[in-house]
Ligand binder design. Sequence first.
Ligand code: ATP
Length: 365
Amino acid sequence: TIAPAHDPRPDHLVLEGLEKRYDKVVAVAALDLAVRQGEFIALLGPSGCGKTTTLRMTAGLVPASAGRIVIGGRDVTHLPPYRRDIGLVFQNYALFPHMTVAENVAFGLEMRKVPKADIGKRVAEALALVRLAQYGERRPRELSGGQQQRVALARALVIRPSILLLDEPLSNLDAKLREEMRTEIREIQRRLGITTLFVTHDQVEALSMCDRIAVMQAGELVQLGTPFEIYERPRRAFIADFVGRSNKLDGIVREAGVIEVGPLTLRATETPARGTEVRISVRPHRIHIHPHPGSARPHARTNLLVGRVVRTTYVGDVFQYDVDVGPGVMQVEKPTAAGPQPISRGDEVELEWSVVDTLVFEDRP
Ligand code: ATP
């Protein structure tokens, strides 16, 4: 889905020129980000890009070296975590092992001196929200990883924070459970309408869960956009590569819309100035593979290459074909079908893809 260009919701969490330095290391550099009321934004990037540091500054767990943090119009930059009105969930759950589930969830309310009579009711509500109503008397070690993470979520939400901060909450779960928890967290977030900032290095998580994604590279926010924008219109080769998979070929712009890649000529809709060295990126599943060269007709709107299959990999739902096209090997993905396989290793094939699927970048990470 493509979000409307104009979102009328007001900004709720604003990071302004936020910066973190450790001696000479700049962990986060002059970061600006505004999260709207009720919005779910992912901070996405590879290890060491500064996403956790950004979240920890927002939470008040590490002081900012420069910049401001504003929550609901209130400058919280210098406030301790418990005065920022935030709920926090960590990767390792951080539950108290000697307390029951209900006691874990009640802890934040007791610290905030909520009347005893209300605590029981609110704990029950929070546990029902994460579908653990029957588990209040268990200890954390008597729960699965997914259940422990739901307790951590209940504990963060029971204080009714205005902002939810999630630090890689799904990373410790196995693949199947992670997928279930994605949907569950997203549904709870929607139901409560709670403004959420979510740290992840997992592009599928970011794409499938969030309203917008803030991609970070080496301490900087390099692109902010909807999942569709980030995937279809990445601003850098780094992003095209990190979000989804892509084939890379290096070339040089010969004229507007035309790129020379060694002996090959490729077309793209937009290119930088003539003579610019560029990197081309094409998604494997956007390439059609034809088993017999000459079966596709040359077309102004597509790129057409001949190559030789050097490897085939069966992955269940798709076949991956590695095709040597001369200046490089391109990977192509094709959904599998029952029956004999029309393409084998060593075959000569033709690759064809739309000019609009030829992404062109000036960075070569
Ligand atoms: P990961 O996914 O591995 O947690 P990240 O994107 O969250 O990575 P950060 O943990 O925010 O990255 O770290 C950003 C940079 O700051 C890294 O280069 C890291 O080594 C550095 N850094 C983080 N904490 C400290 C610290 N306490 N002292 C010195 N350098 C630090």
